[in-house]
Design a protein around this ligand. Structure first.
Ligand code: NAG
Ligand code: NAG
Ligand code: NAG
Ligand code: ZN
Length: 601
């Protein structure tokens, strides 16, 4: 799941556990829909998020004043039809598999496969050197050995290539080579367990213990359930003698929680070299799940990611002895600049056509208990700017999580300067971290940063260079400038917002229909709209999924693994997944594979 960076300071409260407990993956499903929950049970189970709780209370008050809203606006949040496999080859295997999923024998097998995988502590750490130069990678070798033992048919039938030692690339060739392949992705690594928290785990983090309902351990949800579910689906299909018409590719990285560079970074390159750009119909990787909000169950595949940039602010000025100080030292200048940034936050503007707005349209269109004034404002905001501002007022500005999705965020996360109490610091610097709005760009962000401080820098008689451009040159002053301010890229880890996955057309309809079919089959339901599919997005993370290395492979990147949003403990203590939720993921991958096999993209 989402990796929160070392310097990540999301404006959320600390929980009681440890620093890492803040570093959760957060998806739009949570960020948008969850705050709207009116269920007290939910609010209390997430009580480490006061922003939610406050929101829950507000909404509760609002809801008690409002009526049921069931009329959907035409053309808004259009739902695809539920999609079941049609050909007898696919329909039969799907029905059989569905029955098998309900047997105790299969459940035992499924628990065993995931539990064994959890028992390997395949932790990845920030800034690790490449495989071969750091023995900590060797746990990934144990993952490989385990997979070979646990899924023998896959290893007999599919071709396996190891990319950059530990990246796993499985290829299951189809009978019809004219059909474009697709990729199922997952990651083998897990977030390290903070040794200080081991005592706080109900069951040891690498036990893989099954307590009759839940399977416990680091990676249970993020992301070993996906990996095990994909493998178990394929192994079972092989056992049933099923063969694909359309080629299936599996790509499993091994450092998603650290940056993805060595794993998905290499896999992406290898895939592009072998298959070419846009050679795949779609990619499904970890991401959003489904959950209830406003009395309706929504699935929110993440279809966008914010961009990312760390800006270094350097201030230099002649040093000297602090017995004869100038009015400002570099530290003083820097403090003023930081204050200037904070006084000028990026605007929070909901944009028509953006993912957060589309998500709200789905909530307005299908949320059974959404407050009436909010619903009307959202629907009207399709055409009216005034209504858009009202939505911001009603929903966005009161919810920092949601606000963080809508605008570019900024946070000064690192500061340094000065070495001695009696010497003037010749330099001082800070790092300003931005998560770039999906509607914006790196260029727009760096340009704005330079302009935000230019007047202040000028008033100090300092020169300013922003990202190579002399905004205030030495020639701006008659006499010598008092010093210099430089804005630059801090770590070269900047990334543009991800290209948006289309949320209309065949691929989106295919995914939507597949989710609906899975949801229905798992509950014995019939009908079309038992679950509503909404475009989703994560809050701004440093390295959302491994898919950031897969942008060239297809436009249709779905960050979604059909997990029930109530799974606990991601990136913190007591990570676990309910057996039933994990089995539903298996059902999802089964449905996806048979549907993809006959889809007419
Ligand atoms: C900047 O320079 C001008 C002209 O030399 C001077 O009047 C002013 O006091 C200086 N300001 C600062 C903050 O040093
Ligand atoms: C995608 O393709 C572009 C140009 O074709 C290339 O510059 C870029 O490095 C590729 N991206 C990745 C992640 O491989
Ligand atoms: C998610 O899981 C919880 C706990 O098992 C369950 O109560 C809830 O009904 C599930 N949600 C959906 C939409 O199935
Ligand atoms: Zn993950």
């Amino acid at each position: 799941m989402v990796k929160e960076g070392k310097d990540d300071h999301l404006p959320t409260p600390t929980s009681s556990n440890n620093a890492r407990s803040n570093k959760k993956g957060r998806y739009l499903l949570y960020a948008i829909l969850v705050p709207c929950f009116v269920l007290g049970a939910f609010v209390s189970s997430r009580s480490n998020y006061p922003s939610f709780v406050e929101w829950g209370t507000k909404i509760n008050q609002a809801v008690s004043r409002c009526h049921q809203n069931t009329d959907n606006a035409a053309g808004v949040c259009v739902q695809a039809r539920v999609l079941y496999p049609q050909s007898s080859k696919n329909a039969e295997v799907w029905t059989e598999f569905g029955k098998l999923l309900e047997t105790d024998a299969f459940k035992t097998l499924a628990i065993d496969k995931l539990s064994g995988l959890i028992q390997i502590p395949s932790e990845s750490y920030d800034n690790m050197p490449p495989p071969g130069e750091d023995p900590r990678w060797e746990t990934m070798g144990q993952v490989h050995d385990y997979l070979a033992r646990a899924f023998p048919l896959i290893h007999k039938t599919l071709s396996l290539t190891k990319i950059n030692t530990y990246g796993l690339l499985y290829e299951w060739t189809g009978t019809d080579s004219s059909l474009k392949p697709y990729i199922l992705a997952a990651h083998q690594d897990v977030v390290p367990v903070n040794p200080e928290t081991i005592g706080a785990w109900t069951y040891p983090p690498y036990s893989g213990f099954f307590d009759g309902i839940n399977i416990w351990g680091r990676g249970a949800t993020d992301d070993k359930a996906s990996l095990a579910a994909i493998m178990l689906t394929l192994e079972t299909l092989l056992e049933k003698g099923w063969t694909p018409a359309r080629m299936v590719v599996l790509a499993f990285g091994f450092d998603e929680e650290a940056s993805g560079l060595h794993g998905a970074g290499s896999l992406g390159k290898a895939l592009e070299e072998t298959y070419g750009q846009n050679a795949f119909e779609f990619i499904v990787d970890e991401g959003g799940g489904f959950d209830e909000a406003y009395g309706t169950v929504f699935a929110a595949p993440a279809v966008a990611e914010k961009g990312y940039i760390d800006v270094k602010i350097d201030v230099t000025s002649p040093g000297g002895h602090s017995s004869v100080p100038p009015p400002h030292t570099t530290i003083g200048y820097l403090s003023s600049l930081i204050t200037e940034f904070e006084k000028n936050p990026y605007p929070i503007e909901l944009t028509r056509g953006s993912v957060p707005h589309d998500t709200l349209l789905c909530a307005a269109s299908y949320g059974q208990t959404i407050p009436r004034d909010l619903k009307h404002a959202i629907l009207k905001s399709r055409h009216s700017d005034k209504a858009m501002r009202k939505v911001e007022e009603l929903f966005v500005l009161s919810n920092i999580w949601y606000a963080s999705l809508v605008g570019t965020t900024q946070a000064v996360d690192i500061i340094s300067g000065g070495v001695k109490a009696n010497a003037l610091p010749e330099s001082a610097s800070a790092i300003l971290n931005h998560r770039i709005n999906t509607e914006s760009s790196i260029k727009e962000t760096t340009t704005r940063d330079g302009h935000t401080i230019a007047d202040l820098v000028y008033s100090f008689n300092l020169t300013l260079n922003a990202f190579g451009e002399d905004l205030i040159p030495a020639s701006a002053y008659a006499s010598k400038a008092m010093g210099h301010v430089e804005l630059s890229l801090a770590f070269n880890d900047e990334r543009e917002p991800a290209p948006r996955t289309p949320t209309t057309g065949k691929h989106w309809e295919f995914l939507s229909g597949t989710i609906k079919a899975t949801y229905n089959a798992h509950r014995g339901l019939e009908g079309e709209d038992n679950i509503i599919i909404s475009p989703g997005m994560s809050t701004g993370n440093t390295g959302f999924t491994d898919t950031k290395y897969y942008w060239n492979l297809t436009r249709n990147i779905f960050r979604y693994n059909h997990n029930n949003g109530t799974s606990a403990g991601v990136h913190t203590v007591n990570e676990n997944i309910a057996l039933d939720h994990y089995l539903e993921m298996v059902r999802f991958f089964t449905t996806l594979i048979v549907n993809a096999d006959e889809a007419d993209f």
